[in-house]
Write a protein that binds this ligand. Structure first.
Ligand code: EPZ
Length: 421
């Protein structure tokens, strides 16, 4: 098994380019199942999640190839297959986004239930609610979602607010179902994440008619067909947040380029509150040490609130702040598996229901730690950058799902770390 050996104590300085957004690309790829012609997607990072989605599309009658370092070509060839392979869906829950395109183009779909993961049990009830409102009949048998829409899908007025508020996944699912449905779909309590807006922008270029993306109310007028386009996806705001926090935790000066600062307002606000100097330019952000880090209280929310995907990284940063910080997780209340591993490095963090109390100014010392999920991996690497001695981060398959050569980017900024087989 590969692991990362991080040598602590090296300040990060310099400028690094951020890659394309994983969570914008993963909803975009299933849309190719509904388009005519060859789709080109640019600014695509080399992630195992992207490879998994490409494999899934190939299993459903598409060609999907890399045409350049960060450029994909996807083309639908035939509409025969309608069953998503279990081994692929198990690897990545975003696979469930093939459900709507399969129903829209083939009238049926069999997609294994994605199941839970360490950050939560990940239900899909809102996906099912939306598709059933649009005419699908869905059964859960043998761990599979078996869906039929014999007369195709039709528009509907749907409220998609759940126990934890809006759902990115369910919003994507209904958008993909609505673009070829008969009539108009109105979606209330839609997710407002930038990745939703990016999907809507791309679908509209393909010929869809979607209004209101980025707001809680979406209107989708169904059309007859979609044509594949050449599309450049938005930067990854979570990778940007991770790299900025890597600079801040080492008291360094780090600039991230090719970013959308407007996608990071909550993150930048929290960094400033923690006494990090933050300078924002049109497509770049720079952080610099501004004296000791201060403890802060942060609650994760749907966009534009503080993103749950940056929560673990912030927790690592706040182990170095003066005083006690409180991080409240409102989206995935169980998303705290990184607490135990950070405490193995000498942090002093206590979980109380969906709150983490982080005692600051703890001296961290290197140890062998296990990454439990994608963002926990990043948090442990950040902590390793300042822990005394060596920190060995295991289970790198989680990291590689969502970060494109993060260790190379950190090394270019002055970090000393290596991947060891
Ligand atoms: C997407 O997951 C992202 N994944 C997650 O990023 C991100 O953390 C999450 O949105 C929130 O922003 C991708 O885009 C591939 P949700 P998703 O549906 O769609 C509950 C990462 O690290 N819910 O917005 O699964 C759910 O349990 C990953 O890149 C239901 O109850 O998230 C959660 O509590 C991790 N029923 C809340 O809603 C449903 O049918 C928000 O989940 C669907 C969701």
């Amino acid at each position: 098994m590969e692991h990362l050996v991080v040598h602590g104590g090296h300040r990060l300085d310099g400028s690094v380019q951020v890659g394309g957004a994983k969570n914008a690309i993963l909803p975009l790829l299933p849309a190719a199942l509904m388009a005519k012609g060859k789709a080109i997607i640019r600014n695509v990072p080399r992630l195992t999640d992207v490879e998994t989605m490409m494999e899934l599309l190939r299993s459903l009658g598409c060609t999907a190839e890399w045409e350049g370092e960060h450029r994909l070509a996807v083309e639908r060839q035939d509409d025969a297959a309608f069953e998503a392979p279990l081994e692929l869906v198990r690897k990545m829950r975003a696979s469930i986004w093939v459900l709507a395109p399969l129903l829209a183009t083939r009238g049926q779909a069999v997609v294994p239930l994605p199941g839970g993961c360490v950050i939560g049990d990940r239900p899909v009830d809102m996906h099912i609610k939306g598709l059933c409102a649009m005419g699908a009949e869905i059964e859960i048998t043998g761990g599979n979602l078996t869906a039929i829409a014999q007369n195709g899908l039709h528009g509907a007025e749907i409220y998609l607010g759940g126990h934890f508020g809006s759902s990115v996944g369910a919003t994507v699912q209904v958008m993909l179902a609505g673009v070829l449905a008969k009539g108009k779909t109105i979606l209330h309590s839609a997710a407002c994440e930038p990745e939703i807006s990016d999907l809507a922008n791309c679908l509209n270029l393909m010929g869809a008619k979607i209004l209101g993306a980025g707001s809680p109310r979406l209107e989708i007028e169904g059309v007859e067909e979609l044509n594949a386009v050449d599309y450049y996806v938005i930067p990854d705001r979570i990778e940007a947040a991770t790299l900025l926090m890597a600079g801040a935790i080492t008291d360094g000066e780090v600039e991230v380029t090719d970013v959308r600062p407007d996608h990071l307002s909550a993150v930048l606000s929290s960094l400033r509150q923690a006494n990090v100097f933050v300078e924002v330019n049109e497509r770049s952000i720079r952080v610099r040490n501004n004296g000791p880090l201060k403890s802060i209280d942060v609650t994760t929310h749907q966009y534009p609130g503080f993103p749950t995907d940056a929560q673990a990284q912030l927790m690592a940063l706040l182990t170095n702040a003066e005083g006690y910080s409180i991080i409240s997780e409102q989206i995935f209340p169980d998303r705290f598996r990184h607490i135990g591993e950070l405490n193995r490095l000498g942090a002093n963090i206590r979980k109380a229901t969906n709150h983490a109390i982080v005692r600051g100014r703890q001296t961290l010392t290197g140890a062998r730690v296990e990454a439990t999920d994608l963002r926990a991996s990043a948090a442990l690497i950040l902590a390793g950058l300042v822990a005394e001695g060596e920190t060995e981060v295991e289970q790198l398959e989680h990291l590689d799902r969502g970060y494109d050569r993060l260790e190379d980017k950190l090394r270019a900024l002055g970090a000393v770390l290596e991947r060891v087989a």
